[in-house]
Write a protein of this length. Sequence first.
Length: 357
Amino acid sequence: MNVELGISTFGETTPLEKTGKAISHDQRIRDLVDEIVLADKLGIDAYAIGEHHRKDFAVSAPEIVLAMAASKTKQIYLSSATTNLPTINSIRVYEQYATMDAIAPGRIENMAGRGSFTEAFDLFGYDLNDYNDLFKEKLDMLLAINKNEILNWPGGKFTPKVDHTGIYPRPEKPLATGGSPASTIRAAEMGLPIVYAIIGGKMEHFAPLIKLYKAVAKRTGQDLSKMPIAAHSWGWLSDDKDKAIKEYFYPTKLLVDAISKERPNWTGMTYDQYLEGIADDGVMFVGDSETVANKIIRMMETLGLTRFYLHLPIASMPHEDIMKAIEIYGNEVVPKVKKHFKDKENKKKLFSFKWKK
């Protein structure tokens, strides 16, 4: 089982605990490029950047930051996390990521998602009531562009007609993302890889969704060997486990409390709820390298994942602390997780021989 370990981020700009002040958007973007360059040097497999249009996250155009990082890195895969497809033109998405692919051939990926934050709908003049229909039509168009150099697109309610027109340059295929049964079924039917945002509850609660994904893919004749299954979860690392737990509560509570004011199904975070999230069966990965590595192994085995993104961090932490956390992740966590699965695969091969008659 070939596993990959990555990092995801939204370019957080919430107030820091020690100063009460937020990092400026421009500084956070510059810091973010430095963090990606470090991850590349450490051999971390992937880095994904989310798209948002709000004050507490600096990155509204992830493709620009990814292009900057592409020119400064050598091996790391670079992706959005996600591209909010309902509120952007599918042709422009393709062209942007194709252009980045020219800078970093074979290293550019695109997670096409519906967007869990909805501020872009009003901002760009879309109706939130069309949330699902927008995504489906634009994803269909994006995949048609990806498959056909010369595009013939009939047009629809949300996309224009395109008559025998070439779309250039040509990139690698896009990724899809999802977390609901509807997203799971859609991705499986289309033969697309999938990334689950696992940020609450227990890790085993997501097993039925992944089982559904595999069942639908098999039923529709898709090749599961070409459909990686990934997840991203919040987390934080320090050399000292107790220190990591103490440091991460403030930013996590800050963000959860802020979101709970916007979403009726969210509530503010208590310390007891936080401890539940970082417990062995929770889905926040907080602690020293051994704690985090063991928990990643457990999630990847429980859910059958081939890639895992540690979201580092979920709200603002000092840049130097993030760099240190990335170093621990790249130098200690990633090698341990990969060794575990390599040893497991070697052991499986050792015992998978046939007796000769």
